[in-house]
Design a protein around this ligand. Structure first.
Ligand SMILES: *Cc1c(COP(=O)(O)O)cnc(C)c1O
Length: 429
């Protein structure tokens, strides 16, 4: 008989007295490179990207560095990941009443951007990758479907080959939500470069950060141009001041011109963010590969556990993730609680709930009473949402456990994760 250590949850000694550092890019914000980048913009007194007394064009430099990293033709620095999604949908030509398929497992920003683009979110199942199920995507296509947003959740790429095949077969536009996966690769290529456009976030909890910020990447001039104008009052500086951002300046080789001005909004990136983003981008590969090797080591050392592991379509390119599925929701809940008591940051994916469990989604609540996708007179939708809509996703989430990793984890931290999981498993599995 093995003598089990008493769980911290039941008064035993926790594996860790203090949690390890589970942050990424945020850890480097006080480094000289980041501090100097911001200081340079402050000294120039030119924090606005299109003009100033001594403009350093740091946002443009970031966009160029990002383009190079991804190997795409156009990149647009923008105010947030949500803004990148919304501008991306506008860029793709999504309009009133169009349906946009998204996975049941994502952050509220994904369906939010769809509704703010005056379109209607349609929720499809995820599979054991926790990314969009290609089968469910295809099954949800109607004559109203204009676009799909696969979400590369928590540093793992979706099954992009199969998703792209379905999209191409049906002529559906693809906007990748890579907010949680900047720097992640799939079959040797950066995520966000497979579809018609890719949206990234630089918010505080992402792989690299400017506190708030985002990027939209695309190879398609018309997508870029529409998105770039949308986030700039329909083209206040990108079109009206064609000398500031003409086609040749953003890398277009053909004789491409901007379209007619239209009403837009302001989602422009500041030079402070641009400068910071440039500095952070230089650390991305190191951050992602550190997380990947921590994750691989943990999963490998726990591979004998009687659990199902999240399937990772391309482990060579992942950005570091440890997620498993238990037999039922009760074990998952208890396991997470016991691990947290041991000092390990863990929980069920999104608290075990699909994104449509948010009352705003279920009750189709927007800030408007007229002209929203759900009650627009000209383009009404009869789409309603309810719990049980994506049963496979609900089941997977309920049984899931994910452990947060950080870029600065040490061998000891990794060891502690393995020890704590084994300790809890001896009691619960
Ligand atoms: C963070 C996130 C976003 C939104 O990014 P913000 O920069 O916070 O606006 C969108 N989608 C997913 C999946 C996210 O995790």
């Amino acid at each position: 008989m093995t003598i089990r250590e008493q769980l911290a949850l039941h008064g035993g000694t926790p594996v860790r007295a203090r949690p390890y550092d589970s942050e990424r890019g945020v850890n480097y914000l006080n480094e000289a490179e980041e501090m100097n980048a911001v200081t340079e913009v402050m000294q120039s007194r030119s924090p606005f990207r299109y003009y100033g007394p001594d403009l350093k064009r740091r946002t443009e430099a970031f966009e160029n560095r990002f383009k190079e990293m991804l190997g795409v033709r156009y990149a647009l620095g923008i105010s947030s990941g949500t803004a990148a999604l919304q501008a991306g949908l506008v860029g793709l030509g999504v309009e009133d009443g169009d349906e946009v398929i998204i996975p049941a497992v994502t952050f509220i920003a994904t369906p939010g951007a769809v509704v703010m683009a005056r379109a209607v979110p349609v929720f499809a199942e995820v599979d054991d990758t926790l990314g969009l199920s290609p089968e469910s995507f295809e099954a949800n296509i109607t004559e109203k479907t204009k676009a799909v947003i696969p979400v590369h959740l928590s540093n793992v790429a979706c099954d992009m080959d199969r998703i792209m095949a379905v999209a191409r077969k049906h002529g559906i536009k693809v906007l990748e939500d890579a907010a949680q996966a900047i720097g992640v690769m799939y079959k040797g290529r950066q995520v966000g470069t497979f579809g018609d456009a890719g949206a990234f976030s630089l918010q505080l909890s992402k792989n690299i950060t400017t506190g708030e910020g985002g990027v939209l990447a695309t190879n398609d001039w018309s997508v870029f141009d529409r998105a770039a104008r949308f986030q700039d009052q329909g083209g206040q500086f990108t079109t009206a001041h064609g000398d500031v951002r003409d086609a040749s300046q953003v890398g277009a080789t053909e004789d491409l011109v901007s379209g007619e001005p239209f009403y837009g909004t302001n989602m422009r990136m500041t030079e402070i963010s641009g400068a910071l983003a440039y500095a952070q981008l230089g650390r991305l590969e190191e951050i992602v590969s550190a997380m990947r090797s921590r994750a691989q080591s943990i999963r490998q050392r726990l591979s004998d556990l009687p659990v199902d592991w999240r399937r990772i379509p391309d482990p060579a390119g992942e950005g570091g993730n440890v997620t498993m599925f238990f037999q039922d929701a009760e074990i998952a809940t208890k396991f997470a609680e016991a691990l947290r008591a041991e000092g390990i940051p863990a929980g069920r994916v999104y608290g075990g709930r699909p994104v449509y469990q948010n009352p705003a989604v279920l009750e189709r609540r927007t800030a408007w009473t007229k002209g929203c996708p759900f009650n627009c007179a000209e383009h009404p939708t009869d789409r309603t949402y309810h719990l049980g809509m994506c049963p496979r996703s609900e089941d997977l989430l309920a049984r899931s456990l994910t452990i947060q990793l950080g870029a600065l984890m040490t061998d000891q931290d990794t060891e502690d994760v393995v020890r704590a999981v084994r300790k809890v498993a001896e009691h619960l599995l």
